[in-house]
Design a protein around this ligand. Structure first.
Ligand code: ADP
Ligand code: MG
Ligand code: ZN
Length: 616
């Protein structure tokens, strides 16, 4: 059930141009050549001999050539000879009783020349055209026949044997449950009809990239006993206007014939974008979408055609697609939680050789925020690392290192931090962690390393999963901002100078502060008024302002105020704990890495002990 990749389509103009060039070549070079060849050369002597022998029937006297025809058996052969200034020529010809002709010899066989001039090129044209269009259809993955433009390229899966099953999809229990229900309905609809329940016509899988939407659809295909059509939204987008719509029509025709069945449209946002009434709008896409809407209304839900679609941009979809009767069910496929991550790691770890004592729970904890695709990648990286070290199986250390590789990039061996830089980075990272720890009284980090990464990060902090967390209070958000500013605050406190190392912190702190003011109603000024709207919730969550210029100015002022306040707070925290800051930074500087436990241990030791240590 692999997806066939389409060969790139060469522009159709190219083929037509090629055909025309071939035809021109034929006409100018070959055809006259062939015609010439049927006329034989002869000497003037031969001409005279033949004339005297009485073999010649007709002559055509041109300015400097003579064409004459000779009967040879039952066919006439045309000869050609140069014309010599022969005074007796006409006399001789008359004596031989030949017919003077204007044209005959030159076009000896009018039928052949007609064939050569007109019929053959047309035949060639038709043949080449036919061949090319067939070739193109193949390239488009369409069926046979020259006129099958606009056939859908949906692949049908019928109960694949190699297929992916629901058990291959870890976590995502709600999504699996919903999809299982659909599969079950298709297997025995009577059970549902008895109660009078009808299945939703369509279900939309929405979620961030890499969370297993396509995987889930494939699992449905693996589980379903019914035909499964799969097509990607981009395959509807064609060169010619109307082709996409034709494909949609064809897809649904096929689906109706094969019902009960499942149709899966991946990345549906390519065709399902909001129609925006722009004059310069994309006609082809709109036509395709309209056709899709019509088809979804047209078919009978009880027949058992269920349409699944996946997207990571649900907010850009046309509202008409989402209304009941079309994609009326939305199945969220979210980033996995701690347990989900652990399960995903286990599913993928089955594919590689791995040490028995690997603690998946720990790894899942460290890989907080990773998507299913990233976790799959982490497992694979661990296996690659084991091979690189010539080991037979991957270990816990491999897994831990590969988390950092996948999230922060490879270690940059060539990039060596100078001692001074290393010191600054140590204080910076400890600054973050210490501010966080003092605010929450718990271990803020899983691990900090100060090995440069290919992503450009000089240090890397693995945050601790802060548990299942759906609501954030104003205080928590403020504390987070303080934590972001903690790195810079440490630099200020210790070195009395600042570096570029905080650019990412600044970005994050600003984003958070802006969100608090413009979207979460956490400022005194704006009460519960939204000043910003989020777009692309699953793709980074960009926002757009929706307020007057005056308000924008005010917002900017408020954001600066908020961040500044938290920055001062962070500075104060570090100042009060400067002893610990020195101690922790020293540990990180010397070891290049510090774990959460080591961090908390040093932090909880009484200050007196440190003084002792410093004396030693
Ligand atoms: P998308 O949501 O972008 O369509 P995919 O379904 O293509 O993501 O997932 C990409 C890969 O990530 C899958 O092939 C699989 O290896 C892995 N993956 C993602 N989610 C899961 C999951 N829940 N369980 C197991 N593997 C997963
Ligand atoms: Mg996908
Ligand atoms: Zn930082």
């Amino acid at each position: 059930m692999e997806i066939k990749d389409n060969k790139p389509k060469k522009p159709i103009m190219f083929y037509y141009a090629a055909v025309i060039v071939v035809l021109l070549l034929l006409n100018t070079l070959l055809v006259p050549g062939i015609m010439e060849r049927s006329i034989k050369q002869s000497t003037y002597n031969e001409f005279l001999d033949r004339l005297e022998g009485g073999q010649i029937d007709e002559v055509n006297l041109e300015d400097d050539v003579i064409y004459y025809s000779v009967k040879e058996g039952d066919r006439t052969q045309v000869y050609k000879t140069g014309r010599i200034n022969d005074l007796q020529e006409v006399e001789r010809l008359q004596k031989a009783n030949v017919i003077f002709s204007e044209e005959i010899p030159e076009k000896t066989s009018p039928i052949i020349s007609l064939l050569l001039m007109y019929v053959v090129p047309i035949l060639i044209f038709v043949f080449v055209g036919n061949w090319l269009s067939k070739k193109m259809m193949k390239g488009m993955g369409g069926g046979p026949g020259a006129m099958s433009f606009g056939k859908s390229n949906a692949k049908i899966y019928v109960k694949s044997s190699t297929g992916i099953k629901f058990s291959d999809v870890a976590g995502e229990d709600e999504a699996k449950e919903l999809l299982t229900e659909i599969v079950d309905y298709l297997h025995n609809p009577e059970k549902y009809k008895e109660i009078g329940a009808s299945m939703p016509k369509g279900a939309l899988l929405v979620g961030p990239p890499g969370t297993g939407k396509t995987l889930l659809a494939k699992a449905v295909a693996g589980e379903a006993d019914v035909p499964f059509f799969s097509i990607s939204g981009s395959e509807f987008v064609e060169m010619f206007v109307g082709m996409g719509a034709a494909k949609v029509r064809d897809l649904f025709k096929q689906a109706n014939e094969k019902a009960p069945c499942i149709v899966f449209i991946d990345e549906i946002d390519t065709i399902g974008k909001k129609r925006d009434g722009n004059i310069s709008g994309n006609d082809e896409r709109e036509q395709t979408l309209n056709q899709l809407l019509t088809e979804m209304d047209g078919f009978d839900g009880s027949k058992g055609v269920v349409i699944l679609a996946a997207t990571n941009r649900p907010d850009s979809l046309d509202p008409a697609l989402l209304r009941p009767g079309r994609f009326d069910r939305r199945i969220p496929v979210e980033l996995p939680d701690l347990q989900g991550r652990e399960e995903i790691l286990k599913v993928h770890a089955k594919k590689i050789k791995i040490a028995d004592n690997v603690n998946f729970h720990e790894i899942a904890k460290a890989a907080s925020g990773a998507s299913g695709a990233e976790l799959a990648n982490i497992v694979n990286e661990a296996a690659l690392r084991a091979v690189r070290d010539r080991r037979k199986f991957a270990t816990q250390a491999d897994m831990e290192e590969s988390i950092e590789v996948v999230i922060a990039g490879y270690q940059k061996k060539s990039r060596v931090l100078s001692e001074k830089e290393k010191l600054i980075v140590s204080y910076h990272e400890i600054g973050h962690a210490l501010v966080a720890a003092m605010q929450t009284n718990s271990a803020p980090v899983h691990k900090i390393t100060i090995i440069p990464r290919t992503s450009g990060a000089l240090g890397y902090t693995m945050q601790v999963e802060d548990g299942e967390h759906f609501l954030m209070s104003k205080e928590e958000l403020e504390n987070k901002i303080a934590t972001f500013t903690g790195g810079r605050a440490a630099e200020e406190l210790i070195f009395h100078s600042i570096t570029t190392g905080a650019s990412n912190d600044i970005e994050q702190a600003t984003k958070l502060a802006r969100g608090m003011i413009t979207r979460f109603g956490m400022s005194d000024e704006f009460d519960m008024v939204a000043m910003e709207n989020v777009q692309n919730q699953y793709l980074g969550g960009d926002t757009s302002l929706s307020c007057s210029f005056e308000t924008q100015t005010l917002i900017d002022k408020k954001v600066v105020e908020l961040v500044k306040q938290q920055h001062e707070k962070a500075y104060k925290i570090l100042e009060d704990n400067i002893g610990k800051l020195h101690e922790l930074a020293k540990f990180l500087y010397e070891n290049e890495t510090i774990t959460g436990e080591e961090f908390m241990k040093i932090l909880s030791e009484p200050v007196a002990q440190i003084a002792e240590m410093e004396q030693k």
